[in-house]
Design a protein around this ligand. Structure first.
Ligand SMILES: [Zn+2]
Length: 254
């Protein structure tokens, strides 16, 4: 009888420990889903705060019609910005194309162009909506020296802005505020910073949950090139701290 009880106890302990292990170790997918939900909720919250601040009633507007106009303006601005760029081929440009094509090409963007500009310190990724084309602008010679996972980490961050149409929605919000209030453009823009920061954080998370290496790539990039702080970007150290937290959770996940 005693032996029987101890066997039951052993079986219970085994099942408990299995239960505890399963509970304590989430899957990588669960970690990814949790952080993307947190990031999306954060963006939605900031958008709703902006709506409340300007008492915007979305029912009074036709966002699709407004978005159509934004896209036309946006594409025109892209064409203007790129008109001065040169286009010569190089080994570094081909290397960046090979990496960027894996990230950007597919539905709905079927075309990709890398625009090398040796004056650039930042990396720009701009969709041309009408042409369904993605432009990556960078100093390819400098960029190609980075580890490919660093480049992918940065480009995945940019992809989030495209997937979620962040610049277009940000413009739309400011436009709705303009028509709903007597506030100045300057104030409206400042009051939209919280939304833009939330979009930046979501873009970091979008990249970081893609893989541990991509999160590390972004950390490396921010640590190497500090100074991205601006009114519409979160502080570099806060971004790095969040990326490290996500990386630790993914490392620990099953
Ligand atoms: Zn960004």
């Amino acid at each position: 009888m005693k032996r029987y009880i101890s066997l039951i106890a052993a079986a219970l302990l085994t099942s408990c420990s299995i239960g505890i292990t399963a509970y304590d170790t989430p899957t990588k997918q669960a970690v990814k889903d949790k952080w993307m939900k947190w990031a999306n909720d954060n963006v939605d919250q900031q958008r709703d705060n902006f709506f409340d601040l300007y008492k915007i009633n979305i029912a009074h507007f036709n966002p699709n019609e407004m978005m159509g106009q934004f896209i036309a303006d946006y594409d025109q601005a892209v064409e203007k910005e790129l008109s001065g760029c040169t286009n010569e081929e190089s080994t570094s440009k081909s290397a960046i194309y090979a990496i960027a094509s894996k990230i950007f090409l597919g539905n709905p963007h079927q075309k990709l162009e890398i625009v090398h500009n040796k004056e650039l310190k930042d990396i720009g990724v701009t969709p041309h909506y009408t042409d369904q084309k993605i432009f990556v602008t960078a100093n390819c010679d400098t960029l190609a020296q980075e580890d490919p996972t660093v480049i992918e980490g940065i480009l995945l961050h940019e992809k989030s802005h495209i997937v979620h149409a962040d610049p277009l929605i940000s413009n739309l919000l400011q436009c709705l505020a303009f028509y709903s209030s007597d506030d100045t453009n300057e104030n409206i823009e400042q009051n939209n910073y919280a939304f833009q920061k939330a979009c930046e954080t979501r873009a970091d998370i979008y990249s970081a949950v893609n893989s541990v290496d991509h999160g590390q790539g972004l950390i490396t990039f921010f640590e190497k090139y500090m100074g991205h702080d601006s009114p519409h970007h979160p502080k570099d150290e806060d971004r790095i701290a969040l990326l490290k937290k996500i990386k630790a959770e993914l490392d620990a996940a099953s």
